[in-house]
Design a protein around this ligand. Structure first.
Ligand SMILES: [Zn+2]
Length: 123
């Protein structure tokens, strides 16, 4: 077992920065793709040529990365009243559009929970 033709490069797949490492192990090429942050291996490919190995690994990586949604940015303001949202306040069901939840401050969350018809301040 001998590793030769080692190469390493950074690329972006599905908006994720990844590190692509390809090397030759005897008569096979191995390609591994690692998520840069956090450093987790997300795909691995093998083939008789460098291109084959990379094609397999990149295909796997793009499929798995496409399914990986970046976590929603932390909402720092209440989406109802616009006031700074204290940490720990909740994602509340929005009675006006039940398919979309809202990050709200605890006040607004209570109002939404009570289905109070109060006018929403701000806006
Ligand atoms: Zn609010």
């Amino acid at each position: 077992m001998r590793v030769t033709e080692y190469s390493e490069r950074c690329e972006t797949i599905s908006d994720w920065p990844v590190r692509i490492v390809t090397y030759r192990l005897d008569d096979r090429y191995i390609c591994t793709i690692t998520n840069v942050d956090p450093g987790a291996c997300i795909a691995r490919g093998e083939g008789p040529t460098r291109d084959d190995a990379e094609r397999v690994a990149v295909g796997q990586a793009s499929r798995s990365l496409a399914l990986t949604r970046r976590s929603t940015p932390f909402a720092t303001h209440c989406e109802v009243c616009g006031r700074p949202r204290a940490s720990g306040s909740l994602l509340a069901a929005n009675p006006a559009s039940p398919d979309r939840a809202l990050w709200v401050c605890t006040d607004c969350q209570r109002k939404l929970a009570r289905r109070v018809d109060d006018e929403v301040p701000g806006g």
